[in-house]
Each structure stands twice: as structure tokens, then as C-alpha cells.
Design a protein around this ligand. Sequence first.
Ligand code: AHR
Length: 486
Amino acid sequence: MTKLILNTDCPKETIDKNIYGHFSEHLGRCIYGGLYVGEDSDIPNQEGMRLDVIEALRRMRIPVLRWPGGCFADEYHWEDGIGPKESRPCMVNTHWGGVTEDNSFGTHEFLRFCELIGAEPYINGNLGSGTVREMQQWVEYMTFDGISPMANKRRENGREEPWKIRYFGIGNENWGCGGSMRPEYYADEYRRYATYVRNFSGNKIYRIACGPNTDDYHWTEVLMSRAANMMDGLTLHYYTVPGPWRKKTHALGFSEQEWYETMRKTQYMDTLITRHSKIMDQYDPERRVGLLVDEWGMWHLCEEGTNPGFLFQQNSLRDALVAGINLNIFNRHCERVRMANIAQLVNVLQAVILTEGEKMILTPTYHVFCMYSDHQDAKRLEAELQGAPTAQDMEAVTVSASIKDGKVLVTFCNLDLKEEAPVEIDLRGGRFTRGEAQVLTADAMDEHNTFEEPERLVPRELKVEMGETGCKVVLPPKSVVALHIW
Ligand code: AHR
């Protein structure tokens, strides 16, 4: 029997709610068709934004949303996306399918969407192909409340009050699509651009530097040693790609071997965060600078018959486990990880929502975000499993725990395909009399929701046995479980 001791009277750091953040890029059908259909659409909308998507995201309690990219961010010129829509210039979205971008969804539309879903905006600026002046003016346009050319322009475009913008990224993947830079060069560029990303009118920007790709520890070392004093956050990008040599494979119809390989590659996130954090600790022992995993999730082959540049993929029970394992890792590292943004929100990569015309489905990954949502801004509890089972030389059960307002949440992932895992939870430092649990599981390891059957895979109730000093749950094979105790 696996045992978990929780000292509920010894809360640790706060699990930043932004760990439950998301990412939306001008890529495929994420923005157009996913979030935004335009005011003239037959699909029910408010100011062009899909009402079904807004409602689902509010229910999921989305805390923060990153935009406009991704690789798109370093080619995006924000002034093309303001003013009357009919006079906004078009551009070619060279990264993603070479399609024409009409800029009908721009700064005002994004910030309005954030208001409607109750999320904080995280804007990613263009360092790769934009100018310092352009970046500076974007911030002025959005946040300055006095008289200035940019603030006046914002008013002309219908917005009197400035917005509050906290999170601002200064480039994206500048080691790759954002300019193919060496870390030394980017560190200098970052310092130059960051100088002009100003705090106007009491708005306080949290400046975010582009961090490493996966295990590029040299990049972290250079950025921290040369620019840590000018940043509040450093990003990390890591995707789970199950095939050998980062080869993409199908989202459905995979083998058991591939299932375990996926789990192994997902658990690697823990190693990456541990190692990058260690480097950051040397330059920032106070942990002022956050590590922001602002792109993560599964990257499969696109669904057959869809545009390969659109990155549209199905989402199964396996993706749910990947989400659950990653979120447990982020919670456990919340002393350094202050934000994470799964890629991407709708219709792209490991999306929480898929749409087809007026139809919308919630993916298994969506349900995991709901099941875990009470971790947001809760205090982390130390959670070490004793006697935990293994599967294929890996931990078969992963866990994280938190407490908020006297209510404990423990989230488990049992990645073993065949074996259930009984767990006894010993609750110390408080009196707990009630427990409720939800489980997400299915017979087929690639079970998923479809537009015809949108509720094939949804959370169900799981039995909790309450005792004098704790409780017991049995985690089914291949399952994600959220246990609330109070
Ligand atoms: O999320 C898709 C792409 O992956 C992003 O545009 C880029 O930053 C990353 O390589």
C-alpha cells in the first residue's frame, strides 16, 4: 500500500495561480474560428468572441493568457492590428501555413477577450524583427493615461482608459524563430529593449526574458549572469514529443510502449526545472526572478486532412495524464515556477477546447485543468509518497498537494496502464471529516471526446474512505484523480 503523509499545519509557498495559464497564438484556428468569429457570424458571440468558449474558459478559471505568439510574435507589428478593421493591413503568416492574416483580431480585441474570460493578459513583444521604438510605443499605447501621441491614438480607437498590463515578454524563442541569436547577443538586445519597456501611469510591468529551449543550460547561465537584474521572469519551453528523436507521432491509436515513452518524456520536465533552477539560484538566491514555462504540452502529428501548418491535433486520456503530471511538477516547484502556459488554448496542439463551425468540445486536458483549479493560489504541502509503485522503471504515481481555507487538495496521476494504486493518506495537524474525489479514466488509453460524442471522457466520482486520522482512495490504472478533504 502506498502511503502519503500530509502535515496540513505546515503550509509552504503559494502555488501561483498563473501556473494554470494558457497561450493563444495567431496559428491555425486558435484565434480565428477558435476564439473569434467576428460580429457578423451566426455563431453566438459577443463583439465577435465566441460565447461558448468564453463560458467554458470562465468555468475553468483561466488566470492568464499569452498572446500573440509564439513565433508569430516576432513578426507581428501591433500597429497593423488597431483602428478601423477595414483599413488594417494584411500580412502573410509565414510561420503558420503561409495564410493571409487580416489583423481583425488585434490589441483591443485581445484585451477585451481577457476581460470577458476574467484572465490577465500576457503580451509578447517583437524583438526579432521589430524596433525598440515600436515596442516602447505599444506599451505606451496600452498603459499611458496622460496626453501623448500613443495614448491619444488609443482614445481615437475607442478606448479612453488605459489598460493594466502586467506581463510583457521581450521576444520569443530568440534562439530560433525569434532571430536565431546567440545567448550573448540576445542578452544584450534584451537589456536594450527592456530599458524602454516603461512603467507608465502607475502600471508596473513584469518584464519577461526569452529563456532556454529544453536543456540549453548555457542559455540560462548567460541570461542570468548578464541580465537577471533587468528581468522579472525567464521562460522555458519544453514539449512532450513521444517518438524517437523528437519525431511526431499520431495523437490516437498509439502503442503501450509509446504511452510509457510519453510518460517518461513528460517526467523529464522535473529534471529540466531542477537544473535550470539551480543555475538561477546562483545568480538570484532570493528567487526574485520567476521561471515561466510559457510553452508546454504534447506535440503530435496533425490530424489527417488538416493543414500541416495549423497544428490541429486530437486530445486523449494520454494528453490528460501529460497535463496532470506536468501540473504536479509545476506545483512542486512553485518556489521558482511562477507561471506556465500550455500550448495552446483552442484548436492548436494540446488544446483544452476544439471547435468545428458552431460545435465545440472540451478535451480531457480541459477537465484536468478544472479538477486541479483549487491549487490556484493555495499553499503547497510537502507530499512525498512512501512505497510508491513503479512502472517500466518510472514512478507510476505522481502527486502534489495544497491547502486553502482549511481545504486540502491532493492530485494524483497513476500512469500504469494495468495496475490500480491504493493510497492511504495520513492527515496530520488538523481534523478532517469529509472527502470527495473525481477521477478521469477510461478503458481505452486513447479515449477522447468527439463532436458527435462530446462526453465520452469526463470526470466521474471516485470513492473516498474516510477514517479517524486520514482517508484512502484507490487510483484506477491510467487515471488522473483530484481529492478534496476538509
Ligand atoms: O506553439 C507553437 C510554436 O512552438 C510557437 O509558436 C513557438 O514559440 C514554439 O516553437
